[in-house]
Ligand binder design. Sequence first.
Ligand code: 0PR
Length: 394
Amino acid sequence: MKQKGVSREKILKELSDRLNKDLTYESGKILGSMCTTPHELAKSVMTMYLEKNLGDPGLFQGAQEIEVEVVRMLGKLLNNPESWGYIVSGGTEANIVAMRIARNIGRTKGKSGTPEVILPESAHISFDKAADLMGLRLIRIGIDHEYRVKVPEVKKAISNKTVAIVGIAGTTALGTVDPVEELSEIATENNLYLHIDAAFGGMVIPFLERLGYKIPKFDFRNKGVCSITIDPHKMGLAPIPAGGILFKNQSYIQENCFEIPYLAGGTYTHPIILGTRSGATAIATWAILKHLGIEGYQKIVKSCMNVTQQLEKGIERIENVELATKPVINIVGITSKNLDICQIDQELRKLKWALGKFTNILRVVIMPHIKTQHIEQFLTDLEQITKKLQENKT
Ligand code: 0PR
C-alpha cells in the first residue's frame, strides 16, 4: 500500500485496463467452466446487500429468514420440504461439511479406527480435501462403461469403519449420474450415511426430469439419502460464492454444531466451516430462484440441452474425435482414439478456446453463455485442428 491514496477515477480506469485480459463468458470461448455470468437481477440484488453477514445472523434476522427460505426452495426441488441446510461458499465446503457430519455420526455409532468413505473414482477433488483435513480414508470404486459407479463393488467395500457412501449426480468430467436408487438401498440395508454430490446436477436434473428426460432419481425420494450438495453458483445463475448443503432433516446436524456464544447478535450454532459469510449471495439466490421459478429454469436448461445436442451431433461428424459417452446432461466429453487429446487442447487454446482437460477427455460444459454460433465456430476450428494433426501424423 502506498502512503497516499489514488483517486476513484484512476482506480476504476486501472481495474478496467487490467481486467481486460480476462476471458469473458460473453465471448463464448469459455467452454469448460461450470460457472457463468450471474443473472442480471441476482447481480444487482447482490450489490445492494453486501454488508449482510450470516456469520452473526442475530444481527441480520431478515437475511437469515431469507437463507432459510432458499434452503426450503432447494429442498422442495429435491423433493424434501423438511430439508435443513445452509448456503455455503461452494460445492467444496458443502462436501466437506457433509463428510464431517457423516464421520461424527459414525463415531456416535461407536465406529473406531480411521473412518472410511466409499466413493466413485469420478468424485470431485473436494473429497480429497475433506479426507486430508479430517483424516478420512477414501475407498475409490471403479466406474462402468457408462462412467457410473460399479454398485456391486461399493457393496464389497463396506467395512466396520465405513462412515459414508458418496454418489454423484452430474460428475465433474462428464455429467453422468450414479445409480443413486441402488446406493440408497445399500446404505439403508447397512445403516450407512449416503451423501449425494449434485453440486452441478442439482440445478439441472430436476428440470430435465420435468422435460421428460429419463434420469435416475438422485434426490431425497431415495430413503437412504442423508445429504445433498447443490450449488446455485453453477447452473442456478447466482453470484459466487453460493453453494448449498442440504440435509434430510435437522436431526443430522443437531449434535454436530459449533456454538458461538459471544456474538453481538446472540448465540449462533452451526455445522459449517466459514464464520463471517456473505448474506448477499443467499439473498441474491433467493431473488433469482423466486424470479425464474421452475418454468424459468426449465427454459434455460432446455436451451442448454439443445446446444448440447448440436455439439453432440457435430462431434459425431468430425473424423478422429468421438464422444466419451452420450451426454446425460449439458456436459460433453470429447476424446480421440488416434490423436493426442493434449495436442488438440493446445491447438484449441491457441485459438483462445478454454475447455476442461481430464486424463483422456476434453470437457465442454454447455452453460447458458454458450450459444449455437459459438458451437458452430468451435466445431469448424476443431475439425481443422484434427485434420491438421492427422496429416502431420501421416
Ligand atoms: N462437486 C462437483 C461434482 C463439482 O463438479 C464441483 C466443482 C464441486 C463439487 C466443487 O464446487 P466448488 O468449485 O463450488 O467448490 N466443479 C468445477 C470443476 O472442478 C468447478 C469449476 C468451476 C472449475 C468453474 C472451473 C471453473 O471455471 O470443474
